[in-house]
Design a protein around this ligand. Structure first.
Ligand code: ATP
Length: 235
């Protein structure tokens, strides 16, 4: 079953076209990677999906429903949650309150048990739950940003550059959690500069160039493509 279907998506900043007719789909339960050079439009694609950037043309279907005209909070309620590039946690608020903010669309009766689930998934956040989020390291903030998005119990997680600026050992930890989420049935669209890592964890991938999908396929065939190897895998 297609959980997400995007048809001919266009988006712009003023008169500058950034997405030039992007079509893609994601089956329920898949991890799909979106790779491509800086400025190819990957972040804009995620922001347009979640509804924080306007769709100029095209259609977005989520679970068979056309959400193209829906506001971002309506899409969030329907089950699309984004972890933004650069994490963007609320620095002065405690770790626990950041997690609570992720649950504002949820039935509040279930929230305490979900907070416990997050603190189990990320033990470091349990340890630091009463400290301001701004005092956490970059890796811990990435865990918190992930945990906050998961508090919405999303069916589709839009993950923007989770490895950015993190030490290799922390990146491994973040990707271990991504695999675990997939094991629990969360569908993930993963934007990642580190194409090698993204292709290791993903079922399929789309390669973006200048606002278009240049290539797509299962991770093995994308990894085996000579152009992808040259441009993104340093081979
Ligand atoms: P990166 O990995 O660097 O984030 P990306 O593939 O995610 O790259 P986008 O961030 O979507 O690319 O940017 C696509 C294009 O849109 C770039 O040319 C960028 O300069 C431009 N752009 C991004 N944000 C804005 C903005 N707020 N105003 C104007 N142009 C923007």
């Amino acid at each position: 079953m297609k959980l997400l279907e995007v048809k001919d998506m266009r988006a712009a900043y003023g008169r500058i076209e950034v997405l030039d007719g992007v079509s893609l789909d994601i089956e329920a339960g898949e991890i799909v990677a979106l790779i491509g050079a800086n400025g190819a439009g990957k972040t804009t694609l995620l922001r347009t999906l979640s509804g924080v950037h306007p769709l100029a043309a095209g259609q977005i279907f989520f679970d068979g429903v056309d959400v193209s005209a829906q506001a971002s909070h309506v899409r969030l309620r329907a089950g699309m949650a984004q972890v933004p590039e650069g994490r963007q946690v609320f620095g002065p608020l405690s770790v626990r309150d950041n997690l609570l903010m992720g649950a504002y669309v949820r039935d509040q009766a279930e929230v305490p048990q979900d907070i416990e689930r997050m603190l189990d998934l990320f033990p470091i956040l349990r340890e630091k739950q009463h400290l301001p989020a701004g005092s956490l390291s970059g890796g811990q903030q990435q865990m918190l940003a992930l945990g906050r998005a998961l508090m919405a119990r999303p069916r589709l997680l839009l993950l923007d550059e989770p490895s950015m600026g993190l030490a290799p050992v922390i990146v491994q930890e973040v990707f271990r959690i991504i695999r675990r989420l997939r094991g629990q049935g969360t569908t993930i669209l993963l934007v990642e500069q580190n194409a090698h890592l993204a292709l290791t964890v993903a079922d399929r991938a789309y390669v973006m160039e200048s606002g278009r999908i240049a290539f797509s396929g299962d991770s093995g065939s994308v990894r085996g493509d000579p152009q992808v190897q040259k441009a993104y895998l340093g081979l």
